[in-house]
Ligand binder design. Structure first.
Ligand code: GUN
Length: 291
Protein backbone atom coordinates (compact mmCIF):
# COMPACT_ATOMS: atom_id res chain seq x y z
CA UNK A 1 0.00 0.00 0.00
CA UNK A 2 1.28 3.44 -0.94
CA UNK A 3 0.09 6.42 1.06
CA UNK A 4 -0.90 9.36 -1.13
CA UNK A 5 0.77 12.00 0.99
CA UNK A 6 -1.20 15.18 0.40
CA UNK A 7 0.75 17.12 2.98
CA UNK A 8 4.10 16.48 1.32
CA UNK A 9 2.75 16.95 -2.21
CA UNK A 10 1.01 20.21 -1.24
CA UNK A 11 4.26 21.40 0.30
CA UNK A 12 6.07 20.70 -3.00
CA UNK A 13 3.38 22.58 -4.92
CA UNK A 14 3.65 25.53 -2.53
CA UNK A 15 7.42 25.60 -3.09
CA UNK A 16 6.80 25.72 -6.85
CA UNK A 17 4.30 28.56 -6.42
CA UNK A 18 6.67 30.48 -4.12
CA UNK A 19 9.33 30.31 -6.86
CA UNK A 20 6.85 31.72 -9.40
CA UNK A 21 5.98 34.55 -6.98
CA UNK A 22 9.68 35.35 -6.61
CA UNK A 23 10.07 35.48 -10.35
CA UNK A 24 7.04 37.83 -10.66
CA UNK A 25 8.61 40.06 -8.01
CA UNK A 26 12.00 40.03 -9.73
CA UNK A 27 10.31 41.22 -12.91
CA UNK A 28 8.74 44.08 -10.94
CA UNK A 29 5.27 42.58 -11.31
CA UNK A 30 2.45 42.49 -8.78
CA UNK A 31 2.17 39.42 -6.56
CA UNK A 32 -1.17 37.54 -6.38
CA UNK A 33 -3.70 38.82 -3.84
CA UNK A 34 -6.38 36.49 -2.48
CA UNK A 35 -9.31 37.69 -0.38
CA UNK A 36 -11.58 35.48 1.68
CA UNK A 37 -14.96 36.34 3.16
CA UNK A 38 -16.17 34.41 6.17
CA UNK A 39 -19.64 34.88 7.60
CA UNK A 40 -20.21 33.92 11.25
CA UNK A 41 -18.10 32.01 13.73
CA UNK A 42 -18.27 28.35 12.69
CA UNK A 43 -15.17 26.73 14.19
CA UNK A 44 -14.31 24.48 11.25
CA UNK A 45 -14.84 27.24 8.67
CA UNK A 46 -12.67 29.66 10.67
CA UNK A 47 -9.92 27.05 10.86
CA UNK A 48 -10.04 26.49 7.11
CA UNK A 49 -10.03 30.19 6.22
CA UNK A 50 -7.21 31.00 8.63
CA UNK A 51 -5.22 28.17 7.08
CA UNK A 52 -5.82 29.62 3.61
CA UNK A 53 -4.52 33.02 4.77
CA UNK A 54 -1.48 31.36 6.33
CA UNK A 55 -0.79 29.55 3.04
CA UNK A 56 -0.83 32.88 1.20
CA UNK A 57 1.83 34.28 3.51
CA UNK A 58 3.91 31.15 3.06
CA UNK A 59 4.10 31.49 -0.73
CA UNK A 60 4.43 35.29 -0.78
CA UNK A 61 0.86 36.20 -1.83
CA UNK A 62 -0.98 39.17 -0.39
CA UNK A 63 -4.15 38.21 1.44
CA UNK A 64 -7.19 39.91 2.93
CA UNK A 65 -9.57 38.26 5.37
CA UNK A 66 -13.02 39.80 5.68
CA UNK A 67 -14.95 38.59 8.73
CA UNK A 68 -18.66 39.37 8.69
CA UNK A 69 -21.31 38.86 11.35
CA UNK A 70 -23.65 35.90 10.99
CA UNK A 71 -26.51 38.43 11.17
CA UNK A 72 -25.45 40.14 7.92
CA UNK A 73 -28.19 40.34 5.29
CA UNK A 74 -27.80 38.76 1.87
CA UNK A 75 -27.87 42.24 0.33
CA UNK A 76 -25.02 43.41 2.56
CA UNK A 77 -22.95 40.35 1.65
CA UNK A 78 -23.64 40.93 -2.04
CA UNK A 79 -22.41 44.49 -1.71
CA UNK A 80 -19.15 43.27 -0.06
CA UNK A 81 -18.72 40.95 -3.03
CA UNK A 82 -19.32 43.80 -5.43
CA UNK A 83 -16.54 45.76 -3.73
CA UNK A 84 -14.11 42.88 -4.21
CA UNK A 85 -15.21 42.47 -7.84
CA UNK A 86 -14.35 46.13 -8.44
CA UNK A 87 -11.14 46.22 -6.39
CA UNK A 88 -8.36 45.94 -8.94
CA UNK A 89 -5.82 44.95 -6.32
CA UNK A 90 -7.70 41.71 -5.52
CA UNK A 91 -6.94 39.01 -8.09
CA UNK A 92 -9.25 36.36 -6.71
CA UNK A 93 -11.55 35.77 -3.76
CA UNK A 94 -13.66 33.16 -2.08
CA UNK A 95 -16.71 33.19 0.15
CA UNK A 96 -16.29 30.36 2.64
CA UNK A 97 -19.24 27.95 2.62
CA UNK A 98 -21.58 27.01 4.20
CA UNK A 99 -23.40 30.30 4.76
CA UNK A 100 -26.10 31.01 7.36
CA UNK A 101 -29.51 29.65 6.33
CA UNK A 102 -31.04 33.07 5.60
CA UNK A 103 -28.51 33.67 2.80
CA UNK A 104 -29.03 32.07 -0.60
CA UNK A 105 -25.73 30.40 -1.49
CA UNK A 106 -26.45 30.37 -5.21
CA UNK A 107 -27.13 34.13 -5.30
CA UNK A 108 -23.79 34.67 -3.57
CA UNK A 109 -21.85 32.43 -5.96
CA UNK A 110 -23.50 34.10 -8.97
CA UNK A 111 -22.42 37.52 -7.67
CA UNK A 112 -18.71 36.66 -7.79
CA UNK A 113 -17.08 37.79 -11.04
CA UNK A 114 -16.07 34.62 -12.91
CA UNK A 115 -12.55 36.01 -13.51
CA UNK A 116 -12.04 36.29 -9.72
CA UNK A 117 -13.88 33.08 -8.81
CA UNK A 118 -10.81 31.09 -7.75
CA UNK A 119 -13.11 28.50 -6.12
CA UNK A 120 -14.48 27.73 -9.58
CA UNK A 121 -18.06 27.69 -8.28
CA UNK A 122 -19.64 30.25 -10.64
CA UNK A 123 -21.87 28.65 -13.33
CA UNK A 124 -19.66 30.17 -16.05
CA UNK A 125 -16.62 28.37 -14.63
CA UNK A 126 -18.52 25.15 -13.90
CA UNK A 127 -19.74 25.23 -17.52
CA UNK A 128 -16.22 25.75 -18.86
CA UNK A 129 -14.94 22.94 -16.64
CA UNK A 130 -17.66 20.62 -17.95
CA UNK A 131 -16.64 21.52 -21.52
CA UNK A 132 -12.96 20.91 -20.72
CA UNK A 133 -12.11 24.55 -21.48
CA UNK A 134 -9.43 26.45 -19.54
CA UNK A 135 -10.91 27.77 -16.29
CA UNK A 136 -10.65 27.63 -12.50
CA UNK A 137 -11.24 24.02 -11.51
CA UNK A 138 -12.57 23.91 -7.96
CA UNK A 139 -9.83 23.21 -5.51
CA UNK A 140 -10.78 19.80 -4.10
CA UNK A 141 -11.30 17.94 -7.40
CA UNK A 142 -8.32 19.81 -8.86
CA UNK A 143 -6.21 18.69 -5.90
CA UNK A 144 -7.30 15.08 -6.34
CA UNK A 145 -6.34 15.14 -10.04
CA UNK A 146 -2.97 16.60 -9.09
CA UNK A 147 -2.36 14.02 -6.36
CA UNK A 148 -3.26 11.11 -8.66
CA UNK A 149 -1.06 12.60 -11.38
CA UNK A 150 2.00 13.16 -9.21
CA UNK A 151 1.83 9.61 -7.84
CA UNK A 152 1.28 8.31 -11.40
CA UNK A 153 -1.89 6.46 -10.45
CA UNK A 154 -3.28 5.10 -13.74
CA UNK A 155 -6.76 6.40 -14.46
CA UNK A 156 -7.14 5.66 -18.17
CA UNK A 157 -9.77 2.98 -18.75
CA UNK A 158 -10.17 2.47 -15.02
CA UNK A 159 -13.54 2.25 -13.33
CA UNK A 160 -13.88 5.16 -10.92
CA UNK A 161 -16.73 5.14 -8.44
CA UNK A 162 -17.49 8.52 -6.90
CA UNK A 163 -19.65 8.45 -3.76
CA UNK A 164 -21.45 11.74 -3.25
CA UNK A 165 -22.83 14.24 -5.79
CA UNK A 166 -22.03 17.59 -4.16
CA UNK A 167 -21.45 20.59 -6.41
CA UNK A 168 -18.07 21.11 -4.74
CA UNK A 169 -16.61 17.61 -5.05
CA UNK A 170 -18.61 14.63 -6.33
CA UNK A 171 -20.20 16.18 -9.38
CA UNK A 172 -17.08 17.95 -10.78
CA UNK A 173 -14.89 14.96 -9.89
CA UNK A 174 -17.06 12.62 -11.95
CA UNK A 175 -17.02 15.00 -14.92
CA UNK A 176 -13.26 15.65 -14.80
CA UNK A 177 -12.20 12.01 -14.51
CA UNK A 178 -14.41 11.04 -17.45
CA UNK A 179 -12.80 13.69 -19.67
CA UNK A 180 -10.03 13.23 -22.19
CA UNK A 181 -7.15 14.56 -20.08
CA UNK A 182 -3.86 13.26 -18.68
CA UNK A 183 -5.48 12.28 -15.40
CA UNK A 184 -8.86 11.17 -16.71
CA UNK A 185 -10.17 8.90 -19.47
CA UNK A 186 -11.85 6.85 -16.76
CA UNK A 187 -15.21 5.13 -16.82
CA UNK A 188 -17.05 6.89 -14.03
CA UNK A 189 -20.02 5.84 -11.93
CA UNK A 190 -21.47 8.63 -9.79
CA UNK A 191 -23.29 7.23 -6.78
CA UNK A 192 -25.26 8.99 -4.03
CA UNK A 193 -27.72 8.54 -1.19
CA UNK A 194 -30.43 7.06 -3.48
CA UNK A 195 -28.12 4.58 -5.20
CA UNK A 196 -29.26 0.98 -4.86
CA UNK A 197 -26.80 -1.82 -4.09
CA UNK A 198 -23.90 0.55 -3.56
CA UNK A 199 -21.62 -2.25 -2.38
CA UNK A 200 -22.10 -4.15 -5.65
CA UNK A 201 -20.86 -1.05 -7.46
CA UNK A 202 -17.95 -0.16 -5.18
CA UNK A 203 -16.72 -3.76 -5.40
CA UNK A 204 -16.20 -3.16 -9.14
CA UNK A 205 -14.19 0.01 -8.62
CA UNK A 206 -10.50 0.42 -9.46
CA UNK A 207 -10.59 3.87 -7.86
CA UNK A 208 -13.07 5.13 -5.24
CA UNK A 209 -13.57 8.78 -4.37
CA UNK A 210 -15.47 8.90 -1.07
CA UNK A 211 -17.06 12.34 -0.71
CA UNK A 212 -20.32 11.86 1.16
CA UNK A 213 -19.42 13.25 4.59
CA UNK A 214 -20.31 10.19 6.67
CA UNK A 215 -17.42 9.17 8.95
CA UNK A 216 -15.95 5.72 8.25
CA UNK A 217 -18.68 4.86 5.75
CA UNK A 218 -16.49 2.87 3.34
CA UNK A 219 -15.51 -0.46 4.88
CA UNK A 220 -13.17 -3.25 3.75
CA UNK A 221 -16.02 -5.52 2.57
CA UNK A 222 -17.02 -2.81 0.03
CA UNK A 223 -13.72 -2.75 -1.88
CA UNK A 224 -11.71 -5.16 -4.01
CA UNK A 225 -8.00 -5.83 -3.65
CA UNK A 226 -5.59 -3.28 -5.13
CA UNK A 227 -8.16 -0.51 -5.14
CA UNK A 228 -7.13 3.16 -4.94
CA UNK A 229 -9.11 5.13 -2.37
CA UNK A 230 -9.41 8.91 -2.15
CA UNK A 231 -10.99 10.00 1.11
CA UNK A 232 -12.50 13.48 0.91
CA UNK A 233 -14.36 13.27 4.22
CA UNK A 234 -13.26 15.45 7.10
CA UNK A 235 -15.85 15.39 9.87
CA UNK A 236 -15.21 16.57 13.43
CA UNK A 237 -16.14 13.66 15.70
CA UNK A 238 -16.35 14.10 19.49
CA UNK A 239 -13.32 12.60 21.21
CA UNK A 240 -12.80 13.28 24.91
CA UNK A 241 -9.24 11.94 24.76
CA UNK A 242 -8.24 14.92 22.58
CA UNK A 243 -7.31 18.32 23.98
CA UNK A 244 -9.70 20.15 21.65
CA UNK A 245 -12.49 17.59 22.23
CA UNK A 246 -12.68 16.22 18.70
CA UNK A 247 -10.83 14.21 16.09
CA UNK A 248 -11.03 14.45 12.31
CA UNK A 249 -12.66 11.43 10.68
CA UNK A 250 -12.63 10.57 6.99
CA UNK A 251 -15.36 8.78 5.04
CA UNK A 252 -13.19 5.64 4.95
CA UNK A 253 -12.47 3.11 7.68
CA UNK A 254 -8.77 3.56 7.06
CA UNK A 255 -7.33 0.76 9.23
CA UNK A 256 -9.21 -2.02 7.47
CA UNK A 257 -9.60 -0.54 3.95
CA UNK A 258 -5.93 0.43 3.62
CA UNK A 259 -4.91 -3.24 3.89
CA UNK A 260 -6.58 -3.90 0.51
CA UNK A 261 -5.34 -0.74 -1.23
CA UNK A 262 -2.77 -0.02 -3.91
CA UNK A 263 -2.97 3.68 -2.95
CA UNK A 264 -4.94 5.52 -0.28
CA UNK A 265 -5.11 9.06 1.13
CA UNK A 266 -4.90 9.56 4.89
CA UNK A 267 -7.19 11.87 6.89
CA UNK A 268 -5.86 14.33 7.86
CA UNK A 269 -2.93 14.91 5.51
CA UNK A 270 -4.48 13.72 2.26
CA UNK A 271 -7.00 15.68 0.22
CA UNK A 272 -7.24 18.67 2.64
CA UNK A 273 -3.75 20.11 2.10
CA UNK A 274 -4.11 19.53 -1.66
CA UNK A 275 -7.33 21.59 -1.70
CA UNK A 276 -5.50 24.47 -0.06
CA UNK A 277 -2.57 24.24 -2.47
CA UNK A 278 -4.86 24.29 -5.50
CA UNK A 279 -6.62 27.42 -4.27
CA UNK A 280 -3.19 29.07 -4.37
CA UNK A 281 -2.63 27.69 -7.87
CA UNK A 282 -5.93 29.19 -9.03
CA UNK A 283 -5.08 32.53 -7.44
CA UNK A 284 -1.73 32.57 -9.24
CA UNK A 285 -3.61 31.78 -12.45
CA UNK A 286 -6.03 34.67 -11.79
CA UNK A 287 -3.06 37.02 -11.44
CA UNK A 288 -1.32 35.71 -14.57
CA UNK A 289 -4.59 35.94 -16.55
CA UNK A 290 -4.62 39.68 -15.83
CA UNK A 291 -1.11 40.28 -17.23
N1 GUN B 1 -16.39 24.92 2.22
C1 GUN B 1 -15.91 23.67 2.12
N2 GUN B 1 -15.05 23.59 1.08
C2 GUN B 1 -15.00 24.80 0.52
C3 GUN B 1 -14.28 25.33 -0.58
O1 GUN B 1 -13.53 24.66 -1.28
N3 GUN B 1 -14.49 26.66 -0.84
C4 GUN B 1 -15.34 27.42 -0.11
N4 GUN B 1 -15.49 28.71 -0.45
N5 GUN B 1 -16.02 26.95 0.92
C5 GUN B 1 -15.85 25.65 1.23
Amino acid sequence: MILLDGKKTASNIKDEIALKVKSLKNKGKKVPHLAAIIVGNDGASLTYVNAKVKDCKQVGFDSTLIKLSKEITEQELLSEIDKLNKNNDIDGFIVQLPLPKHINEQNVIMAIHPDKDVDGFHPTNVGKMALNLPTFISATPFGILELLGRYKVKTEGKHVVVIGRSHIVGSPMSILLSQKRTVGNSTVTLTHSRTKNLKEITLQADIIVAALGIPEFLTADMVKDNVTVIDVGITRVDDTTKKNGYRLAGDVKFDEVSKKCAFITPVPGGVGPMTRAMLLKNTLLARINKE
